[in-house]
Design a binder for this molecule. Sequence first.
Ligand SMILES: [Zn+2]
Length: 343
Amino acid sequence: VAPGSLLALDLGGTQVRAAAVSPEGVVTGVRRAQTPVADGPRAIEAACVRLLRGVASEVPVVAAVGISSAGPVDPWRGVVTDPPNLGPVFRDVPLASVVEEALGVPTFLDRDTQLAAVGEGTLGAARGSRDFIYVTISTGLGGAVVSGGRLLRGPDGTAGELGHLTVDLDGPACGCGARGHLEAIASGRAIASAGEAAARSGASPLLAARLEATGTAGSLSARDVAEASDAGDAAAGAILERAFEAFAAAAVSLVDVFNPERIVVGGSLAEAMPERFFEPARAAIAAHAFRDPGRRVRIVRAALGPDVSLVGAAVAAAVRAGIAREIGLAPDFEGADLDPGGA
Ligand SMILES: [Zn+2]
């Protein structure tokens, strides 16, 4: 007899999603709502509980709940500590405890990118590998490092924030306050913002026309920049090339520093133009990385798509609840490797 279903919740700055996830990683019964950021932490907690209760009402028994949240989080206490996108008063919210009390089942919380790495490592593009790096390139840019089958966490749980690697000492300001970080050059937000600057300075006639058509600051997207580049706009092309170069430089450093077998890359921006990111990175690794790790590493597309954090949250919840083998989930990670322990 199966001990029950795994539920997963993905809390982001614009949307909350809850679903049931099978041991094979199939996501069903998805419920979603806008994140009520303006209404404060209690409203966000209530939305999470409501969506999970809805999913729970459609399965016989719930075994465990996994929560994926934008970072930073404290995975040991299940607390969302200091998230930039959930409003100014959403601080140190013990979301795992809130959900555990409301639903009466073991609940575990971790950072979205860490859980994405867990998902790709057990059921996706890094299956079978104990040394890999996960990178997501979408509006933001984040990641996770798995070394020797263990998620790299650090004592504060913040390790693996790959978006904040410095790739240009004199580069643009990052959202974190530092300068020249990978996220400040290669993320969708950074590309859009550079596109808007090029529109305003007159460097990009196509983007200037597009900005004028909408008339609002912040209305350009990375897609606009890519389309302008495809239409022959040189400034837009240069912005994209800079993003690809930044990713390539970071990839060389990741290979030299972590010696991964694979670099698994997901996120909407990378999935829209994977080879444009991957080819310069492969060339840079061949030219500049240490010889043996450079020959070993493979840069591959993520396999689990936009549900990756839901899948990873469910897998991690099963492992941390000690029921992974019982339900037929045979992760390539050992249970102890995923369990952040009692620190
Ligand atoms: Zn930064």
